[in-house]
Design a protein around this ligand. Sequence first.
Ligand SMILES: Cc1cc2nc3c(=O)[nH]c(=O)nc-3n(C[C@H](O)[C@H](O)[C@H](O)COP(=O)(O)OP(=O)(O)OC[C@H]3O[C@@H](n4cnc5c(N)ncnc54)[C@H](O)[C@@H]3O)c2cc1C
Length: 310
Amino acid sequence: MNMVRKIAENINSLSEFVGTVEYDVSMKNYTTFKVGGPAEVFITPKNLKSFCFIKNYLQEKEQKYFILGNGSNLVVSEKGISGFVISTQKLNLIQYNLATEELICEAGATFDAITEFCINNSLTGLECFAGLPASIGGAVYMNARCYGSSISDILTSVDYINSSGIISTYSINQLDWEYKTSPFKNFLSGSCILSAHLLARKGIKKTIITNCEKNIENRKEKGHYKYPSAGSVFKNNHKFGKPSGQLIDEAGLKGVKCGGAQIAPWHGNFIVNNGNATADDIKKLVDQASQTVFNRTGFKLECEIIFCGD
Ligand SMILES: Cc1cc2nc3c(=O)[nH]c(=O)nc-3n(C[C@H](O)[C@H](O)[C@H](O)COP(=O)(O)OP(=O)(O)OC[C@H]3O[C@@H](n4cnc5c(N)ncnc54)[C@H](O)[C@@H]3O)c2cc1C
């Protein structure tokens, strides 16, 4: 039995851990792109305490692990992910503090659940994120941006566990945040986001519903949910003078295919999985789009989607 398996099989006997441990779990089922081989060990802690415990435990054992949110920005390789994947899907508590006007969401809470919570409690401020197929942990990590607002615009603080296993609270400093970049990608890298505190005020339920529906409808019209994808492939850059999707479109690449992957015929900045795409197919299209746009314009597109796995 290899070391990873031995460590994994021991986890369920540890009283500090509540959750599940599975083996050879297909990442296709945990990513919106529906690509990827198996995770060698797939751990789903049931609560934050178990999440912190297992992170520290694996670190002590010098094991590598990957934190999985809702898998909406990932392209997992066909070989899959060796070692451990820790899923945040069960960390989904959402609460509201009326005194501070803050929504407190555990890392795995999805925007579908957050939107529903906001509607049920007449809370306004997060309507622009309705329809984002992400967890709040992933959205903070990526500093997701939707309809002109970034997560950092509404974030007040983040509870996290750092690479030494210490739990701390990060209070927002706007200087730490940039377009689609968070401190968790730089000076707090190696930390895991436990929960996020977001500004949300009491509003008018009907207006909140209308605005959420408008944004979801707009995503549908743009073809976001037509086929499996990971959303926009490249970041936008105002120095280009136009959106990355337009540069790809003008390079004549809309509809170009590689294996089961295709640059969406309706959206230059989306690559879709037509059914049997692999990470390699997607990578080839990413390289082709970057190279072609660079040759035509001299602009270097920056990839937003994350390639991971072996
Ligand atoms: C149809 C569609 C539309 C999209 N539209 C948009 C859009 O409008 N704007 C936008 O910004 N993005 C968009 N995206 C991309 C994606 O939803 C975002 O990047 C999102 O923030 C990813 O969140 P996630 O929970 O799925 O993270 P994942 O894809 O699971 O992970 C992304 C990264 O975050 C890390 N991570 C996740 N959780 C944690 C945690 N708790 N602690 C530390 N690290 C963590 C992971 O390790 C990984 O490196 C879209 C995607 C799709 C499929």
